[in-house]
Design a protein around this ligand. Structure first.
Ligand code: C2E
Ligand code: CA
Ligand code: CA
Length: 657
């Protein structure tokens, strides 16, 4: 949760920044557009004046100037050629041009005053031209006068030209100013544009980086949510989604769950880091197996020690069996992980859809139930079937009946003798719980797992402890003191921090000698957290009770770890005792356990001795105590007490001899 919390906070923060950047960018774009439009209008204003007025004005002035000089030239031509007709038609043409251009200038906006001044000068020129014409038409033209009129007309034309030059100069100046201001505006616009462009590039870069990191965060969140960080495989949530999708699409397929056996034992013995390596190793191994499978298969990490395979192309039982058999080959060869060789095995539960169920939860429960139903030794895979549902229902019924059994006083302790290997004398007993349900005895194998899973094992375990101590106190009161009693302790009890105190209190409450109480703890229980296990055991031993390691040999306890534990007794599991006289391997293991235990000063009890032959081998190997049907089955307290009382020494279960 902590891992996924951090990117969530980061992305919130990032979203704020991105929103601010977006606002900034929008504001910048808006002001840039506003400034560009405003500057554009100003430039347009300046240019329009120039294009629509000043340039046509200059052009018209040019025409006017040319017409004026043509007009004067007409006079000189007339003077030189005396051809009046040509003069009259030419001068009329130029006069029309002059009039037309003046009218145009007025239209373009020349002030009335300026127009009047020009017209006055031109009228003056016209007057002198008319005088010149009249003089020319007289038969006795006076050449001096003619020259005078000609010169006056030219002077008037020069005046008009001067006026026009002045206008031209002033218009040019205005045009220059306008174009300069337009250029300045354009420059300003260019600067603004480049400034804004840089700013936008910077902001865009920021937004880009922010977006990228946000996408990365999202990607990471997605990975956290849907992928397993240790193996990189899709996780249980991904599986749920995939199953849901196939259900919606009405597809058929199968779900195969693979549960690694004794994983807590591996992590407890070798640590979690090594456990992680094992998980990675097995994940790759399964993937290899799936690669060569003819079916489309997706591998998921389902939980700590469980993988799920979703088969999408077939749910034919034959295919599924083949796949299960191929996966079951895991136990064929030991795995070399780090510098250790491990024998690993899986239990496989298979459920098919849509026939076994359609929703993801149901399918996962089915496959889980199939795994849990694999109790028979040697069976590695199991298909889900309706019988399992009935079994689950029975399990639930047992759980509900168990809840009342304690208050209804339906439990009883049976005692099974442990006898000395040399003389077969009773040297102790193991207390084994029985449930008298509806008049029938139920064996612990049926209800202890239910009690463990439902949490009822705690009150049940306390009851056993109390009942065993009560029995010891009763024997003590009757003078029977040579029969210590061993009580089985479940993992949950042992892991409860108040357990050592509870044991001490119970022993004190019944005023029994603490040495008469032995606690049997399985290897699996002892494997969880090595330091804590050692501390709890030391605490327990401080109250005077003894500790036995039950079912020894079935787990992975390393010998070095075992040496750290303050235990008094090793109980060799029945699996190694059975056929001890026939199976060489078992004999070798028993030899090794005995040597190790005796070296460490531990007592050894061999469990499940059923035949004389097994007993004789154990005797020859100098095993300390033996327990099994050969000597005695677990019996009710009264019967066992009778046996203890009858035996003076106490012991010698003659019927077993
Ligand atoms: P365990 O602690 O290994 O107990 C020995 C089991 O082996 C007993 O089964 C006993 O009846 C059986 N047994 C003894 N000698 C022989 C033999 O020669 N051959 C065969 N085939 N079996 C033999 P039981 O009483 O059914 O108990 C089964 C398991 O239930 C125990 O295994 C123990 O793990 C658990 N259990 C029993 N009582 C308690 C209890 O009070 N608390 C807890 N937590 N577990 C208990
Ligand atoms: Ca036991
Ligand atoms: Ca045992």
């Amino acid at each position: 949760m902590a891992q996924t919390g951090t990117p969530k906070l980061g992305s919130k923060h990032m979203a704020k920044w991105m929103f601010a950047a977006f606002l900034l960018m929008t504001a910048m774009l808006a002001s840039m557009s506003w400034l560009s439009v405003k500057t554009g209008f100003m430039v347009q204003e300046d240019s329009r004046e120039m294009v629509e007025r000043h340039i046509p004005e200059l052009e018209t002035i040019g025409f006017l100037q040319r017409a004026l000089s043509n007009r004067v030239n007409q006079l000189y031509l007339y003077y030189a050629t005396t051809e009046r007709q040509a003069y009259l038609s030419g001068s009329r043409l130029e006069d029309d041009k002059i009039d037309h251009n003046i009218d145009h200038l007025i239209k373009l906006g020349i002030s009335d005053q300026d127009a009047l001044a020009l017209r006055t000068t031109l009228t003056k020129m016209q007057l002198h031209a008319d005088r010149f014409d009249r003089e020319m038409t007289r038969p006795d033209s006076d050449w001096d006068r003619l020259r005078e009129h000609l010169s006056d007309a030219q002077s008037a034309a020069i005046d008009a030209q001067g006026q026009l030059d002045l206008w031209q100069a002033s218009i040019r100046m205005i045009t220059m100013q306008d174009s300069e201001s337009a250029l300045t505006e354009v420059d300003r616009l260019a600067q603004l544009l480049s400034g804004f462009t840089i700013a936008i590039v910077v902001v865009s870069l920021f937004v880009l980086v922010a977006l990228y990191s946000r996408l990365k965060d999202r990607d990471q969140l997605f990975r956290f949510a849907f992928y397993d960080s240790l193996t990189g495989l899709p996780n249980r949530r991904s599986l749920e989604d995939a199953l849901q999708q196939t259900q919606q699409e009405g597809e058929s397929g199968a779900l195969v769950l693979l549960k690694l056996e004794r994983y807590p034992l591996i992590t407890g013995t070798y640590g979690h880091a090594f456990g992680g390596e094992v998980i990675q190793h097995i994940g790759k191994w399964i993937q290899e197996k799936l690669r060569v499978s003819p079916c489309d298969a997706i591998l998921y990490r389902y939980s700590d020690d469980t993988w799920a395979v979703q088969l999408t192309c077939s749910n034919e039982p034959e295919h599924l069996k083949q796949l299960a058999c191929s996966l079951a080959t895991m136990s064929n060869d030991p795995f070399c992980i780090g510098d250790r060789l491990l024998n690993l095995s899986v239990k496989i539960g298979i459920t098919r859809y849509p026939q076994d169920g359609s929703d993801s939860d149901r399918l996962m429960r089915n496959a889980d139930a199939a795994i849990h139903a694999l109790v028979a030794p040697g069976r590695i895979y199991r298909f889900y079937d309706a019988e399992l549902t009935a079994r689950t229902q029975r399990w639930l019924a047992t759980e509900s009946a168990l809840r009342n059994a304690l208050s209804d006083d339906e439990f009883e302790l049976f005692y099974q003798a442990k006898v000395t290997a040399n003389g077969a004398q009773v040297a102790g007993a193991e207390a084994l719980i029985r449930w008298r349900r509806n008049g029938e005895l139920v064996s612990p194998g049926e209800f202890i797992p239910v009690a463990e899973q439902s949490g009822l094992i705690m009150p049940l375990g306390n009851w056993v402890l109390n009942e065993a101590c009560r029995q010891l106190a009763q024997w003590q009161a009757r003078g029977i003191t040579g029969c210590p009693v061993a009580v089985n302790v479940s993992a949950q009890q042992f892991q409860d921090s108040s357990f050592p105190q509870l044991v001490a209190d119970t022993v004190a409450h019944h005023c029994i000698h603490p040495g008469l109480l032995e606690l049997e703890i399985t290897e699996e229980v002892a494997a969880s957290d090595p330091q804590r296990v050692v501390d709890t055991m030391k605490e327990l031993k401080a109250s005077g009770v003894t500790i036995a390691m039950d079912d020894f040999g079935t787990g992975y306890s390393s010998l070095s770890y075992l040496k750290r534990l303050p235990i008094d007794t090793l109980k060799i599991d029945r699996a190694f005792v059975s056929n001890l006289d026939k199976v060489q391997d078992n004999a070798a293991i028993v030899d090794m356990i005995l040597a190790l235990a005796h070296q460490g000063g531990l007592k050894v009890v061999a469990e499940g001795v059923e035949t004389e032959a097994e007993y004789r081998v154990l005797q020859s190997k100098r095993c300390d105590l033996v327990q099994g049907f050969l000597f005695s089955r677990p019996e009710p307290a009264a019967q066992f007490t009778l046996k203890l009382c009858q035996s003076a020494e106490p012991a010698g279960l003659q019927e077993a001899q």
